[in-house]
Design a protein around this ligand. Structure first.
Ligand code: UDP
Ligand code: MG
Length: 369
């Protein structure tokens, strides 16, 4: 690809030369000659340098990449991060924008990104008045970015901007979302291991076969970010949300670094919240259009078991004259019938709501004419 591009640049410049009007050379007098030679002498090395530089740059099919960085109180990391992002972008030949989303920082983070923004119109930022959470920051960023490829990364230097190239390469293979996989993780012991379990459960329940759902470093095609709706703390499940909408999801191994400055913004509560979110995400995605398949099924089973128990007790009572007052099974039978009816009713209500809130936007459209 690289050779091809440099060749094409060379052939272009040759053809331009050939296309020069002949009258030009006729008009040239003899004392123009040394000037011409001089021109030739300077032009070639410059052109070679330019071609070589362009040839060294990685090329992708994207026109513009948006780097999206959500941040909350990361003042120490921002400057080195900015330098690293710029260095990484110098190695690729795509136009870019860098979007910082300040999630209501109370330190100097906003002042620092404002300084960055002054240096270059390609550096943009949005600042929340208060802390809404990483999902909100990402969601707003997803709406705001204009690139046809989007790379998200954390602001704490744990994610390596040098991986931008790697992620874009994977996207160029035709994937809609590439999730980073921190195969070698530099996090505290508890987080590392609980995260393994969490990823295993998510893989199992969602059917999306990747190892690391919650990596901050991810690459997306524009269509993916414009179609994924994040709320609450669903940033942990972006690959699930996208995968369920039919986007092609994959992963690539990325480098990970220990946190150098500041502290993590998610405490131990992340695991409980994350787990509840996992249940709600998988059930919502699966059954939002057909609640009766979940509640109706569970209700029917509970009702059937309860009914059989009650029928058996009734038979004993009617035909064998057995007293029911000392049969704990009676309570179970009645409970299961009540629970069964409850589930069924919830399912019916769900069906009514699903029917009324029908919305064409929920279908993820790949192409149309
Ligand atoms: N973050 C955010 N809003 C929050 C919490 C975190 O924008 O309410 C950002 C944070 O600044 C960082 C990224 O999300 O850039 C990941 O946060 P953190 O490093 O604390 O998470 P961890 O690496 O511990 O999972
Ligand atoms: Mg971090």
């Amino acid at each position: 690809m690289t050779n091809e591009s440099s060749n094409s640049t060379t052939s272009n410049s040759n053809s331009t030369k050939e296309n020069l009007p002949k009258s030009d050379s006729v008009m040239k007098s003899s004392d123009d000659k040394p000037q011409n030679q001089k021109k030739k002498y300077y032009k070639r090395p410059l052109r070679n340098f330019y071609n070589k530089r362009k040839g060294n740059l990685k090329r992708f099919s994207f026109k513009k990449v948006s780097i999206l960085v959500p941040l909350y109180n990361e003042e120490e990391s921002l400057k080195p991060l900015f330098v690293e992002i710029k260095d990484a972008l110098k190695k690729i030949s795509i136009d870019y924008e860098i979007f910082f989303i300040d999630d209501g920082s109370t330190d100097n983070s906003l002042l620092i990104i404002k300084e960055f923004a002054k240096t270059n119109p390609k550096i943009k930022f949005i600042s929340f008045r208060k802390n809404y959470g990483k999902s909100a920051a990402l969601q707003l960023g997803f709406k705001a970015v204009t690139g046809d490829a989007v790379i998200t990364m954390d602001a704490d230097l744990q994610d390596d901007p040098a991986e931008i190239e790697n992620l874009l390469g994977k996207l160029d293979e035709g994937y809609d979302l590439v999730s980073g996989w921190k195969k070698v993780r530099h996090d505290p012991f508890v987080k590392k291991h609980s995260s393994k379990f969490f990823n295993y459960m998510t893989r199992l329940m969602s059917g999306i076969k990747i190892h690391d759902f919650n990596c901050g470093l991810k690459g997306y095609r524009k269509e993916t970010v414009k179609n994924v709706e994040l709320y609450g703390e669903l940033h942990r499940y972006i690959p699930v949300l996208a995968g369920w909408k039919g986007f092609k999801v994959t992963e690539t191994i990325v480098r990970h670094h220990p946190r150098k400055y500041g502290v993590t913004k998610f405490g131990i509560s992340r695991f409980f919240k994350g787990f509840i979110d996992l249940i709600s995400v998988t059930f919502t995605l699966r059954y939002i259009r057909r609640p009766m398949h979940l509640f109706g099924f569970m209700g029917a089973i509970a009702f059937f078991v309860g009914f059989m128990i009650s029928a058996y007790l009734s038979y004993d009572w009617i035909f064998k004259n057995a007293p029911l007052s000392n049969r704990p099974l009676l309570a179970l039978g009645m409970l299961l019938i009540v629970v069964g009816v409850q589930f069924f009713s919830v399912g019916l209500l769900g069906e009514f709501m699903a029917h009324n809130s029908h919305d064409d936007n929920e279908y993820s459209i790949k192409d149309k004419k």
